[in-house]
Design a protein around this ligand. Sequence first.
Ligand SMILES: Cc1cc2nc3c(=O)[nH]c(=O)nc-3n(C[C@H](O)[C@H](O)[C@H](O)COP(=O)(O)O)c2cc1C
Length: 201
Amino acid sequence: MTDISLLDALRTQRSTRRFSPQPVPDEAISSILKAATWAPSAGNRQPWRFVVVRDPALKRRIGEWYDQGAGTAYGYRQRGNAPQENREPTFSDVPVLILVCIEAVSTNPGPGSEFFRGASIYPAMQNLMLAARAMGLGTRPTTLHRHHEADIKAHLGIPDRVDIAAIVPLGYPGEGEHFGGKRRKPLSEVAFNDRWGQPLG
Ligand SMILES: Cc1cc2nc3c(=O)[nH]c(=O)nc-3n(C[C@H](O)[C@H](O)[C@H](O)COP(=O)(O)O)c2cc1C
């Protein structure tokens, strides 16, 4: 575990795209997942489930579906046809894939209830990514697998009542990667004082 403050982790955690082949210790994975379970969830129902994938054949297969999803989303057919800026290492090159799943649980009906499902998994994913950052490990939220979610669920025996909300690749940052340097809008564009549009001051 590196000695890093919470605010430093928040400031420097960013999406890692290239990973070192160096294996991730089992204890680090357990600690990261434990931190994920410290997240809040609606009614404290804790609907998160995690599938840790390290089997090379499974990573390759999931990666193929992810790449196809990327192709559909960005309008190219095969990885090799992707524009240069969209070409990045495949999931096969990542030591660990964490499938961040959400089990269907009943939520109180009412205004905003449609938000509660997502709102009950993304804090856990963020905890996971920040805990990884504290250990010097890179992550990235990914969702393009959703184009082939049914295939992935069938392949891994994930029940119908469970959604794969995201797939988070996990590993030590590869060449050219660094923490920090996020591109974000200035606070003045996104935060207001008392009324919409009034500068915060
Ligand atoms: C809900 C969500 C879905 C995302 N899906 C993908 C994805 O499918 N593939 C990907 O490479 N990055 C994905 N990202 C990562 C974003 O592109 C990234 O967070 C954003 O560009 C900001 O970069 P940073 O995380 O380095 O600050 C996703 C992020 C979020 C929050």
